[in-house]
Design a protein around this ligand. Structure first.
Ligand code: T5A
Length: 209
């Protein structure tokens, strides 16, 4: 495997990505590694405006096409402003959601043709793919129940069937790409994190034993 310096965390809503990606970031800092944590949508100043339009601005109704292009726009800006400069400076980039989210949600969930999403992802990322992706897999009911404990966004209000299609598209992606490591997101938080650490210790050199 190519040295993992660009690591993404993916999964359905409430799968525990934010929890695990931040734990890995903290561990890397603890070990003195140069790392940043960032997320999509909303990893830049303009991206935070896009995020608000996409997720929780009550006065904004977006067509599926507009939504798709806003996720792509957020990502292009995020790469230009944050991800590419950090990688060029030799940092480890930990990103909470990236291009696989667009495939899972906009193709799996919304039903856009996957070939078009793949082409759009390629164009908006300039071909920048993660070295490694941890996919937190949870049955849709569990993730939504976890998310329901706080203010829900537009996607969390989608139907159970929508979320089941998102989950299936993630699993299809993982089947076809060895970059994606599937983790049982319904296990306890500490257990999942130990699996992540062990994977990194055995497969790349960014983390000490
Ligand atoms: N989207 C995004 C698209 O449609 N297309 C795209 O291209 C992109 C980039 C983003 C939304 O936008 C969509 C996908 C999303 O719907 P968001 O707010 O970033 O919105 O939503 P999420 O990424 O889903 O963030 P969440 O916070 O909802 O989920 P996480 O990050 O998976 O979960 P986390 O870690 O915050 O945990 C949620 C709760 O569960 C607990 C945590 O303590 C927390 O309370 N928890 C666990 N409980 C028990 N066991 C575990 N193993 C647990 N792990 C976490």
């Amino acid at each position: 495997m190519k040295e993992a310096v660009f690591i993404t965390f993916e999964g359905p809503d409430g799968s525990g990505k934010t929890t695990q990606s931040k734990m890995l970031y903290e561990e890397l800092l603890r070990q003195g590694r140069p790392a940043i944590w960032t997320r999509e949508p909303g990893g830049t100043k303009s991206g935070r405006k896009i995020r608000s339009m996409l997720l929780d601005d009550p006065g904004v109704e977006l067509s599926p096409e507009t939504e798709l292009f806003l996720f792509a726009a957020d990502r292009a800006q995020h790469i230009a402003e944050i991800i590419r400069p950090a990688l060029d400076a030799g940092k480890i980039v930990i990103c909470d959601r990236y291009m696989d989210s667009t495939t899972a949600y906009q193709s799996g969930g919304r039903g856009f043709p996957v070939e078009m999403i793949v082409a759009l992802n390629e164009y908006s990322t300039g071909g920048l793919r993660p070295d490694l992706t941890f996919l937190l897999d949870v049955p849709s009911g569990i993730g939504l129940k976890r998310a329901a404990g706080r203010k829900t966004d537009k996607f969390e209000q989608e139907s159970l069937v929508f979320h089941q299609r998102v989950r299936q598209k993630y699993l299809d992606l993982a089947q076809s790409d060895s970059r994606i490591v599937v983790l049982d997101g319904s296990a306890p938080i500490k257990t999942i994190f130990q699996v992540i650490l062990t994977y990194l210790q055995n497969n790349c050199s960014i983390i000490n034993k």
